[in-house]
Design a protein around this ligand. Sequence first.
Ligand SMILES: [Zn+2]
Length: 279
Amino acid sequence: MTPVLSPASEAEITALFKNAAIDLYGIVQRAKTKGTFYMYRLEQLHAIQDVIAKLDGDSKEWAKENIPAVMEAASEDVKAEIAKQNEPDFSFRFSGVPVEAVKVLTHQTYLDFGNTIVLLKKNAERAALNKLMIQRKIIQATIRGGSVASTQADILQAMKNDVQSVMYRGGQKVPVEAYINMLVRTQTMNAYNIASSQQMLAAGRMFAICPVVPALHRPPDDPCWKWEKQRYINLLKDPMPPWHPNCRHSLQPISLAQLKAERPDLYELAIAYFNKVAG
Ligand SMILES: [Zn+2]
């Protein structure tokens, strides 16, 4: 099976977010050189908005290109896999990925990117304001004790983290590129599995196999252990992977002969489903 997302595509979207975050920090860092503070602040907000608007457009473009491609690849994988099983009695009806499903998944990816972009914008605006406050010596005045220089350095470092990181729901802060990496992997696995399961169902296959993937650092409470143990996924009832962020499971078609040999009970159900779809 082909990798869900090419390393180049993954690098592209990661770089878009990473570079935008660096640009945003650059704007926050830029010193005031002329005009009033009000003008300076306005100029910063406009510059932030420009970076945000570009990131929004570029990331949407990325989703529009990559999500349909991933779904198309999933559909082709299933088609090839079923053809290889060579079961003429269960001849394959190829239907392609439903256009609506592609639209929904692409839109979902837009929304996920959008949420992250809103966070980056808020972080940058807040940091720009804090920076302004430092320059106006408001913060200095409230800090007693420690040297002003080291305090400023600490504040700037914290600010850099603020601008270039986003927070998970649990409150953990991560660099934006790591977050986006997790997001696109999960989202493309989602698109892949939705497309492949749709394709299997359309071809009259009710069950798929959950493959065993290398455990790596999977914790004991990872939901995927359960599905690997269950092995057969009911495409009509069971939840589809990804079963958690960064999940690497993708469902595989199973031949009806193999299902008959391994699980006669499920085979009965599978045949009934095939006949319903074929009829
Ligand atoms: Zn998994």
